[in-house]
Design a protein around this ligand. Sequence first.
Ligand SMILES: NC(=O)c1ccc[n+]([C@@H]2O[C@H](COP(=O)([O-])OP(=O)(O)OC[C@H]3O[C@@H](n4cnc5c(N)ncnc54)[C@H](O)[C@@H]3O)[C@@H](O)[C@H]2O)c1
Length: 276
Amino acid sequence: MAPTSASPGFPPSVAIVTGAASGIGAAVARRLAASGTRVCLADVSADALDAVARDIGPTATACVTDVTDEDSCRSAVRATRKAFGHPADILVNAAGVSLNRATTEMTLAEWNRVFAVNVTGPFLLTRHALPGMIERGRGSIVNVASLAAHRSLPETAAYSASKAALIAFTRQMAADYGRHGIRANSVSPGATATPMLLSEARAAAEAAGIELETFLEKASAELPLRRIGRGEDVAEVCAFLAGDASTSVTGVDILVDSGTAGLDAFALAMTRLASP
Ligand SMILES: NC(=O)c1ccc[n+]([C@@H]2O[C@H](COP(=O)([O-])OP(=O)(O)OC[C@H]3O[C@@H](n4cnc5c(N)ncnc54)[C@H](O)[C@@H]3O)[C@@H](O)[C@H]2O)c1
C-alpha cells in the first residue's frame, strides 16, 4: 500500500498552489494549510501573495511565479523543496484568466494569452513537479477548470476551449503517472464569488442599470441551490481531491456549480418569460 501523509515517519504533505494571491487559489492555500499541509503560494501578484502568506503564517511560503514562464515554474518547484525539505506531493493549478470576446473580434495574441495561462501554465508546473512526486512515490494534481468546459457561455471561446483542454490534460496525467502513485483530477466551478467573477458581474450589472448586489441576487435565484459558490466551497473539493480521502479517485472532473449544469436553458427561458 502506498504511504499516506498519516503514515508513521512519512513526511507531511507539501503543496504548490498557483493563483494563490486571490479568490479560489487563496482559499485552497488556506484550506490546505489549515489541515497541516505546508504550502508554497505561487502567483504573479507579489503584494497580494505576501499578504496571503503572512496571514497563513510559517507553514506558508510565497514564491512570485509567472506560470507562463518555464524558468519561473522551475524556480517555484525548487523553492518549495528548499523551503520545506521535501518536494511537493500536491500541486493545485488555480491561476487562470478569463476573456469575454466575440471570436471575430479576438486577436491571436488574446487567444494565445488565455491558453498560455490556463493550459501551458498547468503543463509547465506539472512537468517540473512530477519528478519530485515520482521520487516521493505519491502525488496529487488538482487542476481548476470551469463549468465553461462543459456548457457554452456567450462569447468565451478561448476560455471554454482552454478549460476543456485542461480537463483532457488532467485525464492524460492520471493515465500516464498513476503507476507512480500519482493522481490527477480537476474541478469545474460554476459562478464563484471571486474578484474574477465580480468584475464581470459588475460590468453586467452596470449594463443592466442595477446594483451589483441586486444583480447577483437575481442571477442566483435561478440556480437550483439559489446561491453562487464561494472560493471556500471549491477549496473544500480541491482539498478532498488533494488528500488521502480520495485515494482511488483519479482522472475525473468534479462540477462545483450549485447545480447550474443540470439546468436546461430553454426551460429556464420559458420559466422566466412566463413570470416576468
Ligand atoms: N470565479 C469563477 O466564477 C470561476 C468559475 C470557473 C472557473 N474559475 C477558475 O478558477 C481559477 C481561479 O480564478 P478566481 O475566480 O479565483 O480568479 P482571481 O482573478 O481571483 O484569481 C486568479 C489568480 O491567478 C493569478 N494569475 C493570473 N495570471 C497568472 C500568471 N501568468 N501566473 C501566475 N498567476 C497568475 C492572478 O494574479 C490571480 O491571483 C481560474 O483558473 C478560473 O478560470 C473561476
